[in-house]
Ligand binder design. Structure first.
Ligand SMILES: Nc1ncnc2c1ncn2[C@@H]1O[C@H](COP(=O)(O)OP(=O)(O)OP(=O)(O)O)[C@@H](O)[C@H]1O
Length: 228
């Protein structure tokens, strides 16, 4: 399946901040680097459908998610995009199993095997517990499971290590690497953590003051100096 992410769009936030992005991501994992306030989260919000561009298009493979010239806007729940935010956003009133099942509620051929997902992330022993009783690292692993359980065509990781305590970051990086590789999910990663970027990304794009021009063919190799 063609999962190239093609973006050519402009957006203006109520604060006056402007985003101008032209990019083509074909690598399995592409990292977006940039200083604080450069627009990384805003870009992920546009891709997820949580913000609407003023003009332009966003395509995932053959599917047009947004095209302002044709008034096309696919709503977030129909985009088949999984998102993992800095803070895990798990449902506190649902046990771990129900949180994951929520992610897995869509029926279809592209459903992932939840048992395999649970095994890969080693969360079998916490399925009957509430998120509030778990460690930060366990919560982030469950949130990752929920994001992947729906069988997304694209996974967006927004600073997935920021809320995790320092001593657990390497461990969580390894779990992220494992699932992305095992389930072969095209991923866009925003992270200041150089280790995670080097561990999982094949390409690195740089955004500066809301401006990004990048193509996987010309992207930095992760072995070269990275801006993160
Ligand atoms: N809630 C908000 N209130 C005011 N301005 C905002 C808000 N959210 C975003 N912005 C504006 O949008 C710009 C981009 O924000 P964004 O969160 O996308 O940056 P970022 O690169 O993800 O930053 P960080 O690395 O600090 O998370 C900010 O510089 C700011 O001007």
């Amino acid at each position: 399946m063609n999962n190239t992410l093609s973006i050519n769009c402009r957006y203006q936030h109520a604060s006056g901040f402007k985003l101008d992005v032209v990019m083509n991501a074909t690598d399995t994992v592409t990292a977006i680097c940039g200083s604080s306030g450069s627009g990384k989260t805003t870009l992920l919000s546009l891709i997820a459908g949580l913000a609407i561009p003023e003009s332009g298009f966003i395509c995932l493979g053959d599917q047009v998610l947004v095209d302002t010239t044709k008034s096309i806007f696919v709503t977030p729940e129909r985009r088949q995009i999984g998102v993992l935010f800095q803070e895990n956003r798990l449902f506190p009133h649902l046990k771990v199993k129900a949180n994951i099942e929520y992610g897995n509620r869509r029926r279809g051929d592209d459903q992932v095997c939840v048992a395999k997902l649970i095994k890969t992330l080693e969360i079998q022993h916490v399925l009957g517990r509430y998120p509030g009783s778990l460690s930060g690292g366990q919560q982030q692993r469950v949130a990752l499971a929920r994001a992947i359980a729906s069988g997304p065509r694209l996974l967006l990781l927004d600073e997935p290590l920021t809320a995790v305590e320092e001593s657990l970051r390497e461990q969580i990086s390894t779990y992220i690497e494992r699932v992305v590789e095992e389930f072969q999910i095209p991923t866009l990663l925003v992270s200041h953590n150089r280790l995670l970027v080097e561990q999982i990304a094949q390409g690195v794009f740089t955004i500066e003051n809301g401006f990004l021009r990048a193509d996987s063919i010309n992207s930095n190799c992760y072995s070269q100096p990275c801006c993160c």
